[in-house]
Design a protein around this ligand. Structure first.
Ligand code: TA6
Length: 290
């Protein structure tokens, strides 16, 4: 998967999946090449910021429950509701390590790449083969994740997103600031509304907000606030499965719903991205502990 040399602070790993471990004075973390998946990030002295299921399936070609799954080139089952695999092919494809550096203060700079020509054409027959994806990760006291989609000779139209799972002490004592006044579509009821105040949780939640705003996840149990700034994304999805869906999901523990919330930067449905031949699109989240 790679023949590049990695510096002190970064270790190549083979199990449970091929990838790298980061362990520097600034942070620890794990990134798997399967899906270019950031499975863990813990800034020095903090609780883990990303949540990962104890029941996550860590096998090549399988989606991983937790961390930061990539959404591309479709969200869910796509706009027509007929696309599979769920959330597209980026999160289940084998990416290559292109760069691994560590700065003097311990910030790891990692680049992973995926060539369209290396992806099984049967997985996404509508796509041209000459696209290219890169994931640029800066992992230190802050985590910056940038997904860059580059078109080849043909134009590309796609949905994209960063489906980040954030660890919280207690979902019932967690609120998300930054979406007051935003229009949203509720995926559970197939209806639209306008958000009043902060987003709080007392039931299954699966909403697409029309918003470019930064979010704050305020976690009263751990007395911690996470700031999520984004670029290149005009929507945020907020998801928590709550009790019944967690129980019905094989790679989620029955009580896991209490300990995470997904706050996703996305461009989906009417906000899908069109990239001209030779063009590119970047979507990013910058995550900080305040
Ligand atoms: O982004 C929200 C969502 O699409 C939910 O509807 C929920 O199903 C979640 O993602 C998880 O999807 P997954 O395919 O990873 O099980």
């Amino acid at each position: 998967m790679t023949d590049i040399e990695v510096p002190q602070g970064i270790t190549l790993i083979d199990t449970p999946l091929a990838g790298i471990k980061v362990d520097t004075p600034a942070a620890t973390g794990v990134i798997y090449f399967n899906g270019a998946h950031i499975a863990a990030w813990t800034p020095a002295g903090q609780h883990p910021v990303l949540w990962l299921s104890d029941a996550a399936i860590l096998e090549p070609g399988k989606a991983i429950r937790g961390g930061i799954p990539l959404l591309w080139p479709w969200f869910g089952a796509g706009a027509d509701g007929k696309h599979a695999p769920a959330h597209g092919i980026a999160r289940i494809s084998a990416w290559n390590l292109l760069q691994a550096k560590v700065s003097p203060v311990g910030t790891a700079s990692i680049i992973l790449g995926l060539d369209g020509g290396a992806v099984d054409a049967g997985l996404a027959p509508e796509l041209p083969r000459d696209y290219r994806l890169e994931l640029h990760i800066s992992m230190g006291r802050t985590l910056i994740v940038q997904l860059v989609v580059m078109a080849g000779e043909d134009a590309l139209v796609f949905e994209d997103g960063l489906h980040s799972y954030f660890a919280v002490g207690d979902i019932g004592k967690t609120r998300i600031e930054g979406l007051d006044g935003a229009a949203f579509s509720n995926r559970l009821t197939d209806s639209c509304a306008t958000q009043q105040g902060d987003v709080t949780f007392d039931a299954e939640t699966d909403q697409i907000f029309e918003s470019q705003a930064s979010l704050r996840i305020v976690d009263e149990e751990w007395n911690r606030t996470l700031l999520i700034e984004k670029v290149g994304s005009v929507q945020s999805v907020i998801w928590n499965p709550w009790i019944a869906k967690a129980a019905a999901t094989a790679d989620l523990g029955d009580d896991d719903w209490q300990h995470f919330v997904c706050a996703e930067a996305v461009n989906v449905r009417e906000q899908s991205i069109a990239v001209a031949p030779g063009g590119r699109h970047l979507i990013s989240q910058t995550i900080s502990v305040l």
